[in-house]
Design a protein around this ligand. Structure first.
Ligand SMILES: Nc1nc2c(ncn2[C@@H]2O[C@H](COP(=O)(O)OP(=O)(O)OP(=O)(O)O)[C@@H](O)[C@H]2O)c(=O)[nH]1
Length: 241
């Protein structure tokens, strides 16, 4: 996956556990909407857990709970209290604790989604936290954004360009965005979505299913993990209740 160049964490032992999928991207691009859409499409067939990150609140977790897309207990909120990228890349302890707590409580799980707080184009997940990552842009930032590159755009396993329904309103040319994204992504996939129009984001969901299936083939069926003995620090995830 697209790890940041100075990633200090090793990948977590992959055998017999859920695929951990990071979803990042700028503020308001549709990350929470995508998480809700994936829960809608995948919830009936995959065993899911969700970790949300907000700086001071549990807003995203609260939104997902209200949306009723997944059992509320399976959503844990991490309050980062700092720049979102710090909590997904540098000091990943609170997020790792949340992921492992979900696996202990509800395991075996097939997929744990970790949604980052909104950040800038440089934000990527550590390989120690996410096995695969999606970066979500939206068209309202203008069609020049993919061209600007940055680790999120260039190295994410999947780039999603959301809010295509707004393209005519903001004068964004999707052909230009597609061409520019392809030029900087070295063949990695790009999907255009309007989650407003397709509330189950079916193309992204299909991509996620292929990732989960490949993960299982490579690392075996997920099995239940007993309470984790390693402490990742003092931060503890707050149940989104
Ligand atoms: N028009 C349109 N609006 C969308 C679409 N997807 C999401 N939105 C709206 O965009 C706003 C932001 O969406 P969120 O899913 O909260 O975005 P986010 O990236 O999670 O935001 P932060 O967590 O604050 O960074 C909300 O009002 C959504 O309803 C879309 O495809 N089209």
């Amino acid at each position: 996956m697209g790890a940041h160049h100075d990633d200090v964490h090793d990948p977590a032992e992959p055998h017999g556990r859920a695929l951990r999928l990071g979803i990042g991207g700028p503020v308001g691009s549709g990350k929470t909407a995508l998480v809700a859409a994936l829960c809608r499409s995948l919830g009936p067939t995959l065993r899911l857990g969700v970790v949300t990150n907000d700086i001071y609140t549990t807003e995203d977790a609260d939104f997902l709970r209200r949306a009723g897309v997944v059992d509320p207990g399976r959503i844990l909120a991490v309050q980062t209290g700092c720049c979102p990228h710090t909590a997904i890349r540098d000091d990943i302890a609170a997020n790792l604790d949340a992921v492992e707590t979900l696996e202990e409580r509800f395991g075996p799980l097939d997929l744990v989604i970790v949604e980052s707080g909104g950040d800038n184009l440089t934000a990527t997940f550590s390989r120690g936290l996410a096995d695969r990552q999606i970066f979500v842009l939206d068209v309202s930032g203008g069609d020049k954004v993919p061209r600007k590159g940055g680790p999120g755009v260039t190295s994410a396993d999947l780039l999603v360009v959301n809010k295509t329904d707004l393209a005519p309103m903001v004068g964004a040319d999707l052909t230009v965005m597609s061409r520019d994204a392809a030029a900087v992504r070295d063949g990695k996939p790009v999907l255009f979505t309007s989650i407003r129009e397709d509330r189950s984001a079916h193309t992204v969901a299909e991509w996620v299913v292929t990732m989960v299936e490949a993960w299982r083939r490579e690392h075996g069926e997920p099995h239940h993990h007993a309470a984790h003995s390693t402490s990742h620090g003092n931060a503890s995830p707050a149940a989104a209740t």
